[in-house]
Design a binder for this molecule. Structure first.
Ligand SMILES: CC(C)(COP(=O)(O)OP(=O)(O)OC[C@H]1O[C@@H](n2cnc3c(N)ncnc32)[C@H](O)[C@@H]1OP(=O)(O)O)[C@@H](O)C(=O)NCCC(=O)NCCS
Length: 188
């Protein structure tokens, strides 16, 4: 089955749609999170976006997912700062395709690891169960929990994924990651 979305590098004219999509994910992103996303967009963050492949007027190239990266204090570690997929598109491979592209780009830049923070299980907030399952299923390993990081009782889980050169060949093989391309995860 052909994929129904396209992955491309984040461009300045995606920013408004990224803000709108993030704002729609109310169960995951607080107003403070939205402000942080906005700030990163204004800094011309490196990131990736997924657009609906549909050509009809209503859906034409609608933004369905985003992933924004940020540097960390360690020059060999890049952070997946924010990612989100439209609720009606979740579970259809968009997040995986965005992450694959971020991994390929980090590998090409000589990074050793990708890092991500999310709400820990100990915070007892159900919407992030699927988020943690996503990161665990995609090679991230728990590294540290920071108590009360997001709110009182809202512990943060820090995860890392090692970038192995030999794992990258297949992903990099999809292209150089600089333009809109079809994502394919089911036939190759
Ligand atoms: C987390 C998120 C980015 C993943 O994107 P996605 O497009 O839904 O993910 P994919 O379809 O590529 O992958 C889904 C995978 O996640 C895991 N997963 C998702 N929901 C799950 C659930 N309820 N239980 C267990 N695993 C789940 C599975 O491993 C699944 O892989 P599989 O298809 O091989 O079974 C997306 O769901 C999202 O935007 N969530 C809300 C915002 C958010 O949490 N952002 C991250 C902030 S730290």
């Amino acid at each position: 089955m052909a994929e129904t979305f396209l992955i491309g590098a984040l461009a300045p004219n995606d920013a408004a749609a990224v803000r709108r999509l993030a704002a729609s994910l109310r169960r995951w992103f607080s107003p403070a999170d939205l402000r942080a996303i906005d700030a990163l967009l204004k800094e011309n963050a490196v990131g990736w976006v997924a657009h609906d492949r549909a050509e009809d007027d209503k859906h034409k190239h609608m933004l369905v997912g985003f992933l924004l990266t940020a540097p960390t204090a360690d020059p060999l570690v890049r952070e997946v700062a924010w990612m989100g997929v439209d609720e009606s598109w979740q579970g259809r491979g968009v997040g995986t395709a965005l992450l694959d592209r971020a991994v390929a780009s980090a590998a090409a830049d000589g990074m050793r690891e990708l890092e991500v923070s999310t709400v820990a299980a100990s915070a007892g907030y159900a919407p992030y169960e699927a988020t943690r399952a996503f990161y665990h299923a995609r090679g991230f390993v728990d590294r540290r929990t920071d108590r009360d990081y997001y709110w009182p009782g809202g512990d943060r889980l820090l995860l890392r994924r090692i970038i192995a050169g030999d794992q990258m060949d297949a992903v990099v093989g999809h292209g150089d990651g600089t333009g809109l391309q079809g994502a394919s995860h089911d036939g190759d």
